[in-house]
Write a new protein. Structure first.
Ligand code: NDP
Length: 263
């Protein structure tokens, strides 16, 4: 299948590890030049150099906090300067939470709002003008199954991811006249280093069988009874970026091994 992605430029937030890194590799394998964004400069530069070298594409690592308005502004400026804009924007950076509504502070709510919602708003506003100039583009949001089916220990995560999914829907409506397709992907359980770290911590005092713990999580939540690999999610993103998904806009796709309990 020819995805017609060769020579395009994509910006991916949260691209230094986990799902974002797998999307970066998936797009690089199709000949896409990459802007990789995350906060930890050392890890980012290392991955940017490795991917550029292996896939023979151009990469640029930008170490910024995308929850900050001024950092997003600087990111847009740098990308304009180096690449003259982008064709694909992947809003992937995000993180889980753990709180009760009774106890979480306004500051915590605000932090997640900036990271999960405003970063996507500001990046879309910053990059849509150049996408229009280039004749179109693709914007994808990595929300979560929790945008529709909450996990009770993380209300702030559930609420802000639901807001991101609605933002994606309304942006799709505004952008389609400019040939910009906007969609959301909602993964279920994805085996990223963060899950392994948490499992190791939780099982430390009870014998350290972190794999059994993760198997239990998958057994409980996912009918497919296993976690996805980051690549299984990334492949779906790459397809949605491609010309083979040219009629897809304004949708939310669940890639969750059957975890969503409704139609
Ligand atoms: P990881 O924790 O493995 O990676 C997160 C990435 O985002 C890192 O590159 C991190 O780098 C970057 N990042 C985090 N905060 C910021 C910030 N403020 N500014 C810039 N970069 C930031 O996450 P996953 O790969 O597990 O998840 C990726 C996305 O997928 C998230 O939005 C998550 O909610 C969603 N998701 C994950 C699932 C899972 O099971 N793993 C399931 C469903 C959805 P650095 O720390 O250096 O900034």
């Amino acid at each position: 299948m020819n995805l017609e992605l060769d020579g395009k430029t994509a910006l991916i937030t949260g691209a230094s590890v986990g799902i974002g890194l797998a999307i970066a590799e998936g797009l690089a394998a199709e000949g896409v030049n990459l802007v990789l964004v995350a906060r930890n400069k050392e890890r980012l530069d290392q991955e940017a150099a490795r991917i550029a070298d292996y896939y023979k594409i151009k990469t640029l690592g930008i170490a910024v906090n995308i929850a900050s308005a001024s950092d997003v502004k600087e990111t847009v400026r740098l990308v304009e300067e180096r690449f003259g804009g982008i064709d694909i924007l992947i809003n992937n950076a995000g993180t889980g939470s753990n709180e009760t509504i009774a106890e979480a502070t306004d500051e915590k709510w605000q932090l997640y709002w900036e990271l999960h919602v405003m970063a996507a708003v500001r990046l879309a506003r910053g990059f849509m003008p150049t996408m229009k100039r280039r004749g179109g583009g693709v914007i994808l949001h990595n929300a979560s199954i929790c945008a529709a089916q909450p996990l009770w220990y993380e209300p702030i995560y559930n609420v802000t991811k639901a807001a991101l999914m609605m933002f994606s829907k309304v942006l799709a409506h505004e952008a389609i006249d400019h040939n910009i397709r906007v969609n959301t992907v909602n993964p279920g359980l994805v085996l990223t280093p963060d899950w392994i770290k948490t499992a190791k911590e939780l099982t430390e005092k009870s014998g350290g069988d972190w794999q059994a713990y993760l198997n239990g999580v998958a057994e409980e939540h996912a009918p497919i009874k296993r976690f996805a690999s980051p690549k299984e999610i990334a492949d779906f993103f790459v397809f949605l970026c491609s010309a083979r998904a040219s009629y897809s806009s304004g949708s939310a796709y669940y890639v969750d091994g059957g975890m969503l309990k409704t139609v």
